[in-house]
Design a protein around this ligand. Structure first.
Ligand SMILES: *Cc1c(COP(=O)(O)O)cnc(C)c1O
Length: 442
């Protein structure tokens, strides 16, 4: 770790190849990327172009090596290029990539999931988290015959029109669209309230009685910092949904298979009506999924009248990768080991920050962590994040990068620890983070 951290120091880090690739990419793609946060805008500088990964390590086009805590934004719970996942992919791809007809692999992945998850009975595979959520919302509307949905400021649910909505000012608001191209009439069906505010939710149900098809929440909000909610609050949402015949939709695209095999539903033991998964479920290939009781799911076409389809849905290669990855996740102590590694890392950093009286705290759950520049002991809603604190993250990100540690390039994004991050690697990283905190905060 030490020799590498010296080698990668500031002025010595080569970036010529990444720079050249980015200049070219800018002529092909808006902002040079195929997903906005990759562009490094919020930390400054230009993105690294990654050439390969193995385990906890990635290498960029200039040959720089990093310990990776982005993990492709969550999917890689076994690390990069896991042998079992790769073998399954290779074996399957030999037989053809796609048929547009059912394959046994879909049954196999479904069995693996359903035999180990008491919160859902029937599922449908799709190709991304966005698609899973978009379809689940349609299902909630079709099932309840209601149009409005309620979401929370600080939760991300992919980029479908009705969810690209941010709060206006006021306790209960129709949002303002957070993207051009979203019609006002769509936005008017989406109610937005702050997290962790029971009064606002009660008010919404009073204002829109018998109109709310579903409440959608990231039960572990991890796309705008890590805004850990109280179990009592999630239970309150469960109860108010039941009272109002509104469906409770847990968007577990990030928390599913991450904080445990059954995600947040299992972690808090709360039964939602619909659950969406993505990220980890595909072993690094594009898979999303939504599931519910058989009764609710039977409203989906061709059984029911809620239409949803996909040319590449249930893709055999992606199914094989998912099967290989989830099989590993089901091994005894898999999640315990991950959580143990993560809490050693998190506790060490929090102790260090406390000792030096730094305004810095690492929030974590399972193997998810978030670096926050704050004195607060908990942050539960988006409004509590001080935007100005992001300037510290920007410096930290750069210092860590130069020392061979790769975090997602935004202070609002969380980090992930994988099975492939050995205790030795983590220990080394811990010391480098401490060194960098001294630079940022001293
Ligand atoms: C990542 C994410 C999505 C979107 O998934 P994509 O595969 O990027 O479309 C939706 N909801 C949550 C909670 C997510 O973390």
């Amino acid at each position: 770790m030490n020799s590498r951290s010296k080698k990668n120091k500031l002025d010595q880090m080569k970036r010529e190849k990444s720079e050249a690739l980015f200049q070219k990419a800018k002529t092909y793609f808006p902002g040079g990327v195929n997903s906005p946060v990759r562009a490094f805008r919020s930390v400054g500088g230009t993105p690294l172009f990654i050439e390969r990964g193995k385990g906890s390590q990635i290498w960029d086009a200039d040959g720089n090596k990093f310990t990776d805590f982005c993990g492709s934004w969550g999917p890689l719970i076994l690390g990069h290029a896991n042998d079992k996942v790769n073998d399954a992919i290779k074996k399957t791809v030999e037989k053809g990539c796609t048929f547009g007809a059912p394959t046994a692999l879909e049954n196999e992945l479904a069995e693996l999931i359903l035999n180990n998850n008491k919160y859902i009975q029937k599922i449908r595979f799709v190709s991304s988290g966005t698609e899973a959520v978009m379809s689940a919302i349609r299902l909630a509307r079709g099932y309840t015959k209601r149009n409005k949905i309620l979401k929370f400021e600080g939760c991300y649910h992919g980029h479908s029109d009705s969810l690209l909505v941010k709060a206006g000012s006021g306790l209960v608001t129709f949002g303002n669209s957070s993207s051009a191209g979203v019609p006002e009439s769509f936005v008017n069906e989406t109610i937005v309230v702050a997290l962790n505010n029971e009064q606002a939710v009660k008010q919404a149900f009073a204002d829109f009685k018998d109109q709310i098809a579903c409440i959608i929440i990231e039960p572990i909000p991890a796309n705008n910092g890590l805004l850990l909610q109280r179990k009592e609050y999630l239970q309150f949402l469960r109860d108010i949904c039941t009272e109002n015949k509104t469906l409770l939709l847990f968007d577990e695209v990030i928390s599913g298979f991450r904080v445990g095999f059954t995600g947040a539903a299992g972690y808090y033991d709360i039964q939602p009506d619909i659950i969406t998964y993505g990220k980890i479920i595909g072993g690094g290939l594009p898979v999303g999924m939504y599931g519910a009781s058989a009764e609710i799911m039977n409203h989906i076409s061709p059984e029911g009248n809620v239409y949803q389809a996909g040319t590449l849905s249930g893709n055999p290669v992606a199914m094989a990768a998912g099967i290989a990855q989830l099989t590993e996740c089901l091994k005894p102590d898999f999640y315990n080991d991950l959580e143990k590694k993560t809490s050693i890392f998190v506790n060490a950093l929090n102790d260090y920050a406390a000792l030096h009286r730094y305004s810095f705290r690492v929030f974590s759950i399972g193997s998810i962590f978030w670096f926050a520049f704050t004195d607060a002991l908990s942050i539960q809603s988006a409004e509590e994040i001080v935007p100005d604190s992001m300037k510290y993250f920007k410096i930290l990100h750069k210092e860590l990068l130069y020392r061979g540690i790769y975090l997602g390039p935004s202070g609002y994004e969380v980090g992930f620890i994988s099975e492939a991050h050995s205790p030795e690697i983590i220990h080394g990283v811990q010391r480098v983070v401490m060194e960098c905190l001294d630079i940022v905060l001293k």
